[in-house]
Design a protein around this ligand. Structure first.
Ligand SMILES: O=C(O)C(=O)C[C@]1(C(=O)O)C=C[C@@H](O)C=C1
Length: 357
């Protein structure tokens, strides 16, 4: 078979794929009409997960799980846009890891709002300027983002979904090789996380390290200065058409960030593998046993708590704390409901959503 022949066969398959994709989108359009008449929610992460699991179970390659997911997430995003175009706000700047996270879930067709602070993303969702908001909640190396936790306590928005993405840094530059690089731009945390790489490749030349407020700003500056490089995300390098010289230069390749997708008045349907996030404002936490008894009630009901963080009441003179808590299960599960009922005045439910591994 010649290259021409194979390409002809590929064209035939693409023709069929397009017909099938459009048939799928016609059905999605019908789903949209049904949902509009019943005022049902468009974004159904648990249904998307169910489809992905079904596809992966019957897949026998050569596409791997990640490739299937990437293709299908783009199909779902296009489908949601056909049902109803939804605006997505995310913590910028463009090219940030949050941008990457937002695109991985909402695809290329969605309308995005790039906002400068976590608070402004919450406000955009709260006021309806955006249907969804994407913000970081924690990094597995650096810990929790307290600003996000505090805003979840203060504002009234729900968690519609979580997603975790690997944090990979690239060295992007117009320079041909590391010896020509005189300056490196990046964020303090990125310099810290790539120290091993920097020591190895720049042991002789010691370029100046210039700290800027974001890795996308670093990419922008490096794109204007051929004697420099940026440590940035791949998406930022792409945005400023900056060639990537080295990929995955972080010392710890396990580095992952978890994001929440926020929405107003959002309730998921139960899936097979749910998590729930709540805030607990227990009275009298300075008295012995209050917190212990509360935690015991979860244990007695067989509920696994996966996270607990304590936060101070702002403006409070005493040392009282409220708690950010995550647990396994769905808010309507009998055992979860029972504990929630007992503490109904102390618990603020933020969301139950399908677990993203
Ligand atoms: O099944 C639905 O509820 C749909 O809206 C369809 C669909 C899909 O493309 O399969 C699209 C969006 C939802 O998030 C889940 C699934």
């Amino acid at each position: 078979m010649t290259l021409e022949d194979v390409r002809k066969d590929i064209d035939k398959i693409d023709d069929q794929l397009l017909v099938l994709l459009n048939q799928r989108m016609n059905l999605v359009h019908k789903v949209g009409e049904i949902k509009r008449s019943t005022k049902a929610i468009i974004y159904r992460p648990e249904r998307e997960k169910q489809i992905l699991d079904r596809m992966n179970a019957q897949n026998d390659g050569p596409l791997n799980k990640e490739a299937i997911e990437a293709i299908y997430l783009e199909i779902f995003a296009a489908a949601r846009n056909i049902e109803l175009p939804e605006r997505v706000a995310y913590l910028g700047p463009e090219g940030s890891f949050t941008h990457q996270a937002a695109e991985s879930r909402f695809g290329a067709m969605s309308e995005y709002m790039t906002l400068p602070t976590i608070k402004s993303v919450f406000e955009a969702v709260d006021t309806g300027r955006a249907k969804f908001g994407v913000i970081p909640i924690e990094n597995n190396q650096e810990g929790i983002v307290y600003e996000t936790v505090d805003l979840l306590n203060e504002m009234n928005v729900n968690i519609a979904a979580e997603l975790k993405i690997p944090v990979h840094f690239a060295l992007a530059t117009e320079a041909e090789n590391p010896s020509k690089i005189k300056r490196i731009y990046s964020k303090d945390i990125a310099f810290r996380q790539c120290r091993g790489f920097l020591n190895k490749y720049f042991e002789q030349t010691h370029p100046e390290e210039i700290q800027v407020e974001s890795t996308s700003k670093a990419a922008k500056l490096a794109a204007e200065d051929p004697e420099s490089a940026a440590i940035c995300s791949e998406i930022a390098a792409k945005l400023f058409a900056l060639p990537v010289l080295f990929n995955n230069i972080e010392d710890n390749s396990q580095n992952r960030t978890r994001f929440f997708i926020l929405a107003k008045n959002f309730v998921n349907a139960k899936s097979e593998n749910d998590k729930t996030t709540i805030i607990a404002r227990l009275p009298d936490t300075d008295k012995p046993g209050v917190l212990a008894n509360f935690l015991q009630d979860f244990k007695k009901s067989g509920i696994n708590l996966t996270k607990i963080e304590s936060r101070p009441y702002k403006g409070d003179e005493d040392f009282n704390f409220w708690f950010f808590i995550e647990l396994e299960g769905f808010y309507q599960d009998e055992n979860v409901e029972k504990v929630f009922k007992k503490y109904k005045n102390a618990i603020k439910w933020l969301g139950s959503y399908v677990r993203n591994t």
